[in-house]
Structure formats: structure tokens, C-alpha cells
Write a protein that binds this ligand. Structure first.
Ligand code: PHE
Ligand code: FE
Length: 287
């Protein structure tokens, strides 16, 4: 199926992109971005993978205001050949994969309201740009994201998008990385969230388990609250190697009929960094 078979909404191009229309952001929106940015940059040093902070610098994202995607894309293009393009909201899987496979990251252009400063369910420009874009300046991670897009197109043909989506969730969105001085954050869903930036590293509640491709493809995830398990990679090189070298087709086939694992399960074979108390999730259930 060609990209154009999925009809884009009115006002969007055939590939679902829209102009960012940077000039139309209000002063209040730029100020809210600055507030979100200041809060996360105060929290993240020492807690996030150094590559993330390097990305912020390289791309000059420390400059005040909501970034102009055109400017961001120029810097990114020079560095790793990636671009940031605006889309109206969530896009169909195939559209998303096509963009990634061509080194284009799709980002929402709207910003959350001040009332949503701590939590919102749909990705806004702060999550998409602050959370995702810095690591695209890293050549290894940039290659991983493109390979993921290519893998997505393939997974679609194999009817295995749900399995592959779990890989994205537990790496790109909620991944942790082991460093000599302890675990660090790199997932965009964590680094763009004040609460989860603390919870994912410090809270005794969640499990922290070693990355295992096959295991992770069986594991459900939560879209409505903090994760009950995080998966830890040893390095971005390892992540790229483990995913690029594996042929996912037999992996998907081998998983067919196997039951899914719950969000808090620990298996005998897991490499356990933290056996979580799950107190946070249990308290939530009683509410
Ligand atoms: N190796 C995967 C496949 O055979 C492609 C892929 C690479 C997927 C990297 C995700 C990340 O489908
Ligand atoms: Fe995201």
C-alpha cells in the first residue's frame, strides 16, 4: 500500500504533514515551553544519558521558546540527516513508519495547556520535541530510529505491529540505560515528564529489568500511568546491534500463541536490576 492510500485530513499534505506555523504561537505558549524546559533541565543532569544533554546543546535547544522545526531540521540534517516535520495529531502506523524510514520525525505542533503541565495523554510539541529530538542528534540512536521505521513497514506486512510497538514503547519512550554510575533515563516519555523522571529512577515501585528483545515483545504496557516495568539497555550500540542483526520475522512467528506477560511480571530468566514493590500501582488500584 502506498502512503497516499491513507487519506490525509483536510489541510494536510498527502504524507500527513502540515506547516508548523511557528509565527502563530503566542507569547504565553512560548513562556509555557520555557517553564517546562527549565523544570526538566534542572532535573535531568545526572539522571539522563549524557547523549541527551549533548543533543540539546548541539541542536541549540537551550534557546528560549518553542523551537522552529525548520531551524531544528537544519541543525539535525547537518548532524545526522534527520528532519522534524509537523503533523496534526496521531498518524496511521504506516505513515509514521514511512517517515521514520526516511529519517523524518513527525511531531505534534500544539502545546499542552497550563493545567496539563504535569500530565496529558496525547503527545504535544513538548513531549515530541524536547523528549524525542535530542537523541536524534546521536548517530547511533538516529540509525536505530530509521531501522525501526523500516522494521515497522515489514512488521505491518507480517501482521506484527503490536509486537514491534512494544519495542518502541520500552526503548524509545520508556527506556533506561546502564552507566558506570548507575541507571540513567533516555526514553522520551520519561524525560518529558517531571513525575516519571523521578519515579522511573528513584521509586521502589517499578521493576527494572535487563533488555531482552523477545521477552519485551511479549510484555504489555500501560498507556494511562507510570510504567510498572522498565527495561535497561547496556548501550545504544547494543540496542542497535541487537535489533538490526535479528531477523524479526521468525521472532514474530515464534511468539505466536505464547501468552502475553503482564506489566509487572518478572520471569526466572530476567536480569533484575530492581524487583519492584509495585506499591504505587497497588495504591492506585485501591483508589
Ligand atoms: N531487524 C528488524 C526486522 O527484521 C528491523 C528492526 C531494526 C526493527 C531495528 C526495529 C529496530 O524486522
Ligand atoms: Fe513519543
Amino acid at each position: 500500500m502506498a502512503l497516499t492510500d491513507l487519506l490525509a485530513p483536510d489541510g494536510a499534505a498527502a504524507d500527513w504533514t502540515v506547516p508548523q506555523d511557528w509565527a502563530s504561537y503566542s507569547a504565553a505558549e512560548h513562556a509555557l515551553w520555557d517553564r517546562l524546559f527549565a523544570r526538566q533541565s534542572a532535573l535531568l543532569p545526572g539522571r539522563v544519558a549524557p547523549e541527551f544533554l549533548e543533543g540539546l546543546e548541539i541542536l541549540r535547544m537551550t534557546k528560549p521558546g518553542i523551537p522552529d522545526f525548520a531551524e531544528l531540521s537544519d541543525r539535525l540534517m547537518a548532524r545526522t540527516g534527520w528532519q522534524v516535520v509537523a503533523v496534526p495529531g496521531l498518524v496511521p502506523d504506516r505513515v509514521f513508519f514511512e517517515h521514520l524510514a526516511n529519517r523524518r520525525f513527525v511531531a505534534g505542533r500544539f502545546l499542552r495547556t497550563p493545567e496539563q503541565i504535569d500530565y496529558l495523554q496525547e503527545p504535544d510539541v513538548f513531549h515530541d520535541v524536547f523528549g524525542h529530538v535530542p537523541l536524534l542528534a546521536n548517530p547511533i540512536f538516529a540509525d536505530y530510529m530509521q531501522a525501526y521505521g523500516q522494521g515497522g513497514l515489514r512488521a505491518d506486512a507480517l501482521g506484527a505491529i503490536d509486537r514491534l510497538a512494544r519495542l518502541y514503547w520500552y526503548t524509545v519512550e520508556f527506556g533506561l540505560i546502564a552507566q558506570p554510575d548507575g541507571l540513567k533515563l533516555y526514553g522520551a516519555g520519561i524525560v518529558s515528564s517531571h513525575g516519571e523522571s523521578l519515579f522511573a529512577l528513584d521509586d521502589p515501585s517499578p521493576n527494572r529489568l535487563g533488555f531482552d528483545l523477545r521477552r519485551l515483545m511479549r510484555t504489555r504496557y500501560r498507556i494511562d500511568d507510570y510504567q510498572q516495568s522498565y527495561f535497561v539497555i547496556d548501550s545504544f550500540e547494543d540496542l542497535l546491534r541487537a535489533t538490526i542483526e535479528a531477523d524479526f520475522a521468525p521472532l514474530y512467528a515464534g511468539l505466536e500463541g505464547l501468552p502475553d506477560l503482564d506489566t509487572d511480571t518478572i520471569l526466572p530468566g530476567d536480569r533484575v536490576y530492581t524487583r519492584g514493590t509495585q506499591a504505587y500501582a497497588q495504591n492506585k488500584m485501591q483508589e
